[in-house]
Design a protein. Structure first.
Length: 702
């Protein structure tokens, strides 16, 4: 199909239409397209250049687009714009500005319907928007997360971001191969997962909290060969770690990973090198990744190359719209102003099941009736987010298998209970038969219920033993649209439950010290939540703990001494506290096996290092350390290494200088990396592009 533009951005809307846009224009023309009338495009100009923006679906079906290119308007590389497109009226509206200009930001919906913008260039190619900010559609306001810096992810392209089931946002820095979790409410930014081994690849959240990351190239600045490496990350694990899995069948970079209706992943397009100017040649064969076997299989080839700036979006009929590619540095560069549609093999397995009716909207945790004459043959029901694709990524990808039961002429489908699994918005609901063939999807809105109900069960209950007590903490559940007024914590010994402890407040705390327990007896704890409607089910039991009377601390370990002038610095590792906070350490020197005057270290907590003075130079010493708490003093550590204090300073750094004149010297410095590498070099191409546009703007009198 011929398109009137290069579809650098492709978005499926809740009415089944698509909206596309290219780049490098001010204002940016956007095109609305109905697949039922493939030759018809409706052009609506966006308020600004929404090129290299961040985009997402709003819960009500509108499209939010933040940031973009300012080189043709403000003269800055990024813009502060927030623009909203309404598919019901085909109109754009500009709303509240962000606090920082952004070009290439990610925009990810949170579980409560707010949106977080992360990273991007800001005023110029050397300045970064390292402070995330959050947009609240209900108040039309942006709030900076001032306690967080995302300086570890300075990308030539986009970082990748996904809302994961614990409510955090997972962020991948493709060129640095770093992964972090962002907790918006607590304003924490925590490394997770280690190294994936994939550089500048493409990624997708193929199940809640599970990420596939594949392909890429060592650099997207200088030309590098494409890679076939693939890795997966399960953020639901106690300690998430990237695991490499079977490589792709073809090395490729700038490819798009797209969820199919059956839960498999389509890899389409991409180039054999990272040269972004290559448009008409590339990797034509597609391939399918199976999440069960974590292996790739060959699929039908595409007819035209789809490299940098290409897109691929799942359609409600189960096919995939593949479009775009090119215009890498301006409208004068080559581009693929065309699209093609891929029909997965599951469409050729016999008759498709049909949905004759389904609700247009529903709420979390509810059960809906989906009418179908094929109820007895249905083996899966899948909820798939509406695609919002640009630069080989969808910033808000969600695929959620749903549980269901079959009835006569219908199936009863249970919707997700957590908005962190599927945030508020519109989704495609597919039913699949026992041949793996999907229906045409119904688009359904998923939102929080407004009818008050009892809270959900608290989660994440943990316990820590004390002296006749236990400290119990938990995660607050969904409040059922009525504020939680209290929690009840119930201890249990085996099958015997004890009287609960009730925690009140406005809001009540999510931790409590449970007293009156018997030392030496093992306990678990469950928690319920209460609001004005009623009380939740009990949580899952906590870990088992056994209260005990405190004892003296354990023995410090790893005692190491370093000599000084009539002194020594001694360090050690803190021992177990014995259930009572350590209040001090005592460091004892030994001279020829005889204890000398001790040094005491206090504090809250006391440091695990001390400088011991008053030693005799030339004599050999060892050191032991004891720890003290309110109960008493623990056993001394093993002796440290032997050290001999000396009045002669030990040099720690030697500078080599060569003298060229009586008053001149030179210092040779070897950098840890080539001076042409690093963030400044990575930004070179983008800076050159911006400077060219700026010069053109001045020539035109802009």
């Amino acid at each position: 199909m011929t398109f009137p533009m290069v579809a650098i951005s492709s978005i499926l809307m809740d009415n089944g239409n698509f909206i596309f846009w290219d780049g490098w224009q001010q204002p940016e023309p956007t095109e609305v397209w109905n697949p039922a009338s493939p030759q018809t495009f409706t052009t609506i100009n966006a308020p600004d250049s929404v090129f290299c923006d961040g985009a997402a679906q709003l819960p009500d079906g509108r499209i939010i687009v933040v940031g973009g290119y300012g080189g043709l308007s403000t003269g800055q590389i990024g813009i502060v714009d927030t623009n909203i497109f309404d598919p019901a009226t085909n109109t754009w509206t500009r709303v509240a500005n962000m606090n920082l200009p952004r070009w290439y930001p990610t925009l990810t919906e949170l579980s409560d319907g707010r949106y977080v913008a992360i990273s991007s260039n800001s005023t110029n190619a050397s300045t970064w928007a390292d402070t995330p900010e959050v947009y609240d559609p209900t108040t039309n306001t942006w709030t900076l997360l001032s306690k967080i810096s995302t300086s570890q992810v300075h990308e030539e392209e986009y970082p990748f971001s996904y809302l994961i089931p614990n409510g955090n946002v997972l962020n991948i820095g493709p060129s640095e191969d770093v992964t972090h979790e962002l907790n918006v409410d607590n304003q924490t930014w925590t490394p997770v997962g280690g190294s994936s081994g994939v550089i500048n690849g493409s990624s997708i959240q193929y199940l809640p909290g599970k990420i596939l990351y594949s392909g890429g190239a060592a650099s997207v600045i200088s030309t590098a060969s494409a890679q076939a490496t693939a890795a997966v990350l399960d953020t639901n694990a106690a300690t998430p770690v990237w695991q490499q899995t079977s490589p792709m069948l073809y090395p490729r970079v700038y490819h798009t990973l797209t969820m199919l209706a059956n839960g498999q992943v389509l890899a389409v397009g991409g180039g054999t090198t990272s040269d972004q100017s290559v448009v008409t040649t590339g990797v034509l064969p597609t391939e399918i990744w199976d999440p069960t076997s974590e292996t790739w299989s060959a699929a039908a080839p595409i007819a035209a190359a789809r490299n940098y700036h290409s897109t691929a979006v799942l359609m409600p009929d189960g096919r995939v719209l593949v479009a775009g590619g090119g215009h890498y540095d301006g409208l004068g560069d080559a581009g693929q102003d065309s699209a093609q549609i891929y029909s997965p093999s599951y469409l050729f397995n016999g008759p498709r099941p049909t949905i004759t009716s389904a609700p247009s909207s529903t709420t979390y945790g509810s059960t809906i009736s989906v009418s179908t004459p094929d109820a007895s043959s249905i083996k899966a029901v899948n909820l798939v987010s509406l695609g919002t694709d640009t630069h080989q990524m969808d910033m808000n990808q969600h695929f959620v298998p749903l549980s269901f039961t079959a009835a006569s002429g219908s199936i009863n489908v249970t919707m997700p209970s957590s908005s962190a699994t599927a945030p508020p918005g519109h989704y495609m609901l597919f039913i699949l038969n026992n041949q793996g063939t999907p229906s045409v999807a119904n688009i359904i809105g998923l939102n929080q219920s407004t009818t008050p109900v009892a809270p959900s069960a608290p989660t994440g209950v943990t316990a820590t033993a004390g002296n006749g007590t236990a400290q119990v903490s938990w995660t607050a559940p969904n409040d059922g649209n009525s504020p939680i007024t209290s929690y009840s914590v119930t201890p249990a010994t085996g099958s015997t439950t004890l009287p609960p402890t009730v925690i009140t407040g406005n809001p009540p705390a999510t931790s409590a010290t449970i007293s009156g327990l018997t030392n030496g007896v093992t306990y678990t704890f469950t928690v319920t939540a209460t609001n004005a409607v009623g009380t939740s089910p009990a949580s899952a039991p906590s870990n088992a703990v056994t209260p005990a009377a405190p004892t003296a601390p354990g023995t410090p370990t790893g005692v190491i001494a370093t000599p000084g002038n009539a002194a020594a610095t001694v360090t050690w590792t803190a021992p177990g506290s014995g259930g009572s906070a350590i209040t001090s350490y005592t460091v004892t020197p030994y001279l020829a096996g005889v204890a000398q005057a001790t040094t005491s270290v206090t504090g809250s907590p006391p440091a695990t290092t001390a400088t011991v003075t008053g030693l005799t130079n030339g004599s050999s010493y060892t050191f032991t350390v004891t720890a003290t708490n309110a109960v008493g003093t623990g056993k001394p550590s093993s002796p440290s290494n032997a050290v001999t204090p000396s009045a002669t300073a030990v040099p720690t750094f030697v500078q080599q200088a060569s003298t060229h004149a009586a008053s001149a010297s030179s210092l040779s410095v070897t950098p840890s990396a080539p001076l042409g590498s690093g963030p400044a070099h990575r930004r070179g191409r983008r800076l050159e592009r911006f400077q060219r546009e700026d010069q053109q703007r001045h020539r035109l009198g802009g």
